[in-house]
Design a protein around this ligand. Structure first.
Ligand code: SF4
Ligand code: SF4
Length: 110
C-alpha cells in the first residue's frame, strides 16, 4: 500500500542504522513501503506512512527498528471502527496506550 499518511510527525518508528545489516526484512514486511534498502542499509523513506503495525520490529533480527505498535492514528481508526464511534484515540478511556497518542500530539479528538 502506498500513499496513505496519518498525522505528521507523531509516528514512533525509529531506525538505528548502525545495527542494520541490510537483510531487507523490514522492507519486505512493511505494508506501506516505509523502508528502502540502499547500499546494504535500511533507510526510512516515508515515516508518516507508518501505521505502527509492528511488523518491521518483529522481523528485525538486529533490533535495529523500534516502534510502539498499537498506538497512534491507525489504532484510533481501528478503535473507532470496532466501537462504532468513528475515529477516536480514546483519551477519555482507561486505555493508557491509546491515551499516549493524544498526549503526544496535543490532538483531542473526543
Ligand atoms: S530488518 Fe533490520 S537489519 Fe534487516 S534491513 Fe531492516 S533494519 Fe536492517
Ligand atoms: S510499523 Fe508497520 S507500517 Fe510502520 S514501518 Fe513498520 S512494518 Fe511499516
Amino acid at each position: 500500500m502506498k500513499g496513505q499518511t496519518y498525522l505528521k510527525n507523531v509516528v514512533t518508528l525509529e531506525l538505528n542504522a548502525d545495527k542494520c545489516n541490510g537483510c531487507g526484512m523490514c522492507a519486505i514486511v512493511c505494508p506501506h513501503n516505509v523502508f528502502e534498502i540502499k547500499n546494504r542499509k535500511a533507510k526510512i523513506i516515508d515515516k508518516d506512512a507508518c501505521m505502527e503495525c509492528g511488523a518491521c520490529e518483529m522481523n528485525c533480527d538486529q533490533k535495529a527498528v523500534t516502534v510502539r505498535s498499537g498506538v497512534g492514528c491507525a489504532a484510533g481508526i481501528m478503535i473507532g471502527a470496532l466501537g462504532g464511534t468513528g475515529p477516536c484515540c480514546g483519551p477519555n478511556t482507561e486505555d493508557t496506550k491509546a491515551k499516549s497518542c493524544c498526549e503526544k500530539s496535543k490532538n483531542k479528538c473526543c
